[in-house]
Design a protein around this ligand. Sequence first.
Ligand code: NG6
Ligand code: CA
Length: 503
Amino acid sequence: MMKRKLLFLLFFSISLLGVAQKPNVIIIYADDLGYGDLSCYGATKIHTPHLDKLAKQGIRFTNAHSTSATCTPSRYALMTGQYPWRRTGTNILPGDAALIVPTNKITLPKVFKQAGYQTAIVGKWHLGLGEQVEKNWNGEIKPGPNETGFDYSFIFPATADRVPSVFVENHHVVGLDSTDPIQVDYHKKIGNDPTGAEHPELLKMKASPNHGHNNTIVNGIGRIGFMSGGKTARWTDEEMPLTFLEKAKTFIDVNKSKPFFLFYALTEPHVPRMPSTMFKGKSGLGFRGDAILQLDWAVGEIMKQVKATGIEKNTIIIFSSDNGPVLDDGYVDGAVTELNGHTPNGPFRGGKYSALEAGTCVPFIMNWPGKLHSKTSDALICQMDLLASFASLLHVPLADSVATDSKNMLPALLGKSSTGRSELVTQGGALSIIKDGWKYIEPNNGPANTGPLLTNIETGNAPHTQLYHLAKDKNESINLSGSYPDKVKELASLLEKIKQNKP
Ligand code: NG6
Ligand code: CA
């Protein structure tokens, strides 16, 4: 009898220990940060000491990708472990869109929940809210992040340049005065608020011509979409990083003795770039550079908080970006005129919106003090793989039919293997496939450039076949499709199979 009790106690304490040892996981996800935007990725005109430290202590990946060259599809894939282009309606969403993440399927935060974690998202969401476009912003707004796996959410609904320009905590707009209800419309003006088009003299930052961004003015900045009401709830852009940081730090502190997963989705350096006063003018590269310094500072503050709460050794911090860089994305903010030789693309061609490498090849840092050795890894990995990788780390079983595009890359993520995925499909306007250091871009009839009147980025679109030997030609400058017809055939047919879900 005694023996059985002792054995039970032993097992009980081992299992408790097991729980206590599960690492906390923080994913810090930048918005529109390019491969070349950090000094640890080769930037010389801008200095990002906190991210450099994070990278130096951990693994710096040089061949890590978002699935897509814009925000919504990349975030959809990160959440669901599925290629976003398998489903329609996963492109850049308006601010009033309905939720596009299924509530009845596995998601990245649900993997953590199944392993007993507390989960939270703080920051940008951009995956829709509610059952439909027409919704009451003044009541309970659901489903949203809380229905897709997050115990706690403090978000803004879409992008910083889209209305409604308010924070939503769990299911409610923060700081809303019920006598001044919010209304949102993406087709026509609503209420009496001035718009950027009618009253450009009221703007503190001009909208670029041709882009739009001239609907309702919030905090002196013209937005995409119209809103009325909610005056007390509207955000001040300059305060946004501090607000998100405070929420993230509090979540870490409150949950320091449990395993937790925090998705800290920064707004920088997405437009409108309106940094806090302490960063305005600091980079010498205009507000885009200042926003990058601000982002680096926030990462440093999170590292400090992790240390201060005594959980540094047991906390994984992952840093990445949802898509590549863009300079003029809608506002006259100095990003183009004050670039000063900075190269957000790093060694790549293209950028945000592009099928070329700068669209999806982004910084990716994995930090786990005490567990990982300082290393640079060329393994081909994708953010979408985090779902299967953490399921493996935490022994959460995944049925064969779920999150099928997510691959377990744990050995690569932990630096135990330099081998990554056998292939990856990336999405700009066109789809591409990368395999064994080669890249094939599907022929398509889209424009070759987004145009000098807009973002002025090479899209990678071409009506003919493109094949690049990325391993030797990161810049995708020599199209080898004529010389390697067999390679073209192999990659085109593999892409077709993956599209039909039969890899
Ligand atoms: C584009 C917007 C751009 C930005 C982007 C979304 C125009 C002309 N441009 O449509 O400013 O909001 O959508 O960016 O409207 S993302 O990073 O969230 O994908
Ligand atoms: Ca983005």
